[in-house]
Design a protein around this ligand. Structure first.
Ligand SMILES: Nc1ncnc2c1ncn2[C@@H]1O[C@H](COP(=O)(O)OP(=O)(O)O)[C@@H](O)[C@H]1O
Ligand SMILES: [Mg+2]
Length: 370
């Protein structure tokens, strides 16, 4: 039985207890407006779940240790209050965003609100707070984004059971005065910056995947989790050559899925790697590994698809609105202008980027993440 305390909004647990036992399907899929608390009572298990346009990663593998640590540290009430804020840091492509995403999906039922915003720059951060406001406290078009963010922070201070993920926060000044400072919820930050001392939080390094999990991931990516011993051995050699870097394994997986030949990939990779080693502009081992897998995949794209990828890479990794490209089509190369006008050609380009490059298209092809 739900007991509402005066002057206090019901917590997610209160709301769940109200609906537990009434009708499970209603609880999970239904939405009602509660006259007492109209703003927060649109009910599903997670009242608001706002993750990036791409869904849960069906190939997600391993990382049990990091996911467990995240859960333990975020829920540990015995130590200092920064345990409510965790920073995942590590090299680009190591898997920070995927871990945060998996955590959000795995624990969505533990929270009333799950919010995902980009910390790539101040404009995106504020736009993320605007999105949260539109789902919670409301906002007016005339309001300054900084003021909207302040109201959201105030709301987070007063509200329980939320998870806020700030992805790609590589420059700490972006969140100046915009970090929730409350014990009512959890904040997960992902950053590639090793210099995270500016943010009081538990710091959790993300390193390469384990040998076993890397093989598991590659075989899963190839749709062949029960591979023969021979193929498994080939996969083991590939993940080792790729230094067990998930981004590189994913690219290799997309390529092999197309060619259906694990062993050919290894030979091509080593040949292409020799060239990369000569390229002094590519510094670290990890960058060289990714550069090599990219070169191989890039070579298989049609000129138009390669051009499209080049343009997308200069825009935004999170979400690019295709209409934005259309609006500026006149400055694009002719091949892209033609493709944007011809649905069949456009579908072809999109498919090759999805298959070979693992770009994710969302919103019925209206947005793309690279
Ligand atoms: N645990 C994982 N299981 C499966 N794929 C993963 C995993 N971690 C990362 N990846 C793959 O590697 C790519 C890069 O990971 P991402 O989390 O975006 O890296 P980061 O945020 O550290 O730059 C993802 O797009 C995904 O394809
Ligand atoms: Mg990331």
């Amino acid at each position: 039985m739900l007991r509402l305390r005066p002057n206090r909004r019901p917590s997610a647990a209160d709301l769940r207890s109200l609906f537990d036992g009434i009708d499970g399907s209603f609880l999970y899929h239904g939405a009602i407006d509660c006259p007492l608390y109209p703003r927060i009572c649109t009910l599903s298990k997670s009242i608001v779940f706002s993750v990036p346009p791409y869904g849960r990663n069906e190939y997600f593998s391993g990382r049990d240790d990091v996911l467990e640590t995240l859960f333990r540290e975020l829920n540990d009430r015995s130590t200092n209050h920064y345990t409510r804020r965790i920073t995942l840091h590590g090299l680009p492509g190591i898997g920070k965003t995927q871990i945060a995403l998996e955590y959000a999906y795995e624990h969505r039922d533990d929270y009333a609100y799950v919010f995902w915003i980009s910390g790539a720059d101040r404009a995106r951060l504020l736009s993320g707070f605007g999105e949260i406001a539109s789902r919670t406290v409301g906002c007016h078009l005339s309001e300054r984004p900084e003021d909207v963010a302040k109201r959201v922070l105030q709301w987070l201070q007063e509200t329980e059971d939320w998870l806020l993920i700030i992805d790609n926060l590589d420059n700490m000044t972006v969140v100046d005065a915009c970090l929730p400072d409350s014990e009512n919820g959890h904040t997960i930050i992902t950053t590639r910056s090793p210099n995270i001392c500016g943010i009081p939080s538990i710091s959790l390094p993300v390193v390469e995947m384990s040998h076993e999990n890397s093989i598991k991931f590659l075989l899963l990516r190839l749709g062949n989790p029960e591979a023969t011993e021979n193929v498994r051995e080939g996969a083991a050699q590939i993940v080792d050559a790729l230094h067990r870097l998930p981004l590189a394994i994913d690219h290799a997986g997309a390529y092999i899925w197309r060619t259906k030949n694990v062993f050919e990939y290894l030979a091509n990779f080593h040949a292409c790697r020799q060239e990369s080693l000569l390229d002094l502009t590519v510094s670290s081992i990890h960058n060289r590994t990714v550069a090599t897998t990219w070169k191989l995949s890039f070579a298989r794209l049609s000129p138009a698809a390669a051009k499209l990828l080049e343009y997308l890479a200069f825009m935004n990794p999170d979400e690019i609105v295709i209409d934005y490209l259309r609006a500026g089509a006149t400055v694009l190369p002719l091949t892209l202008q033609t493709a944007l006008k011809d649905p069949a050609q456009w579908r072809g380009l999109v498919q090759s980027l999805e298959v070979l490059w693992n770009c994710r298209f969302a919103g019925f092809g209206t947005r793309v993440c690279i």
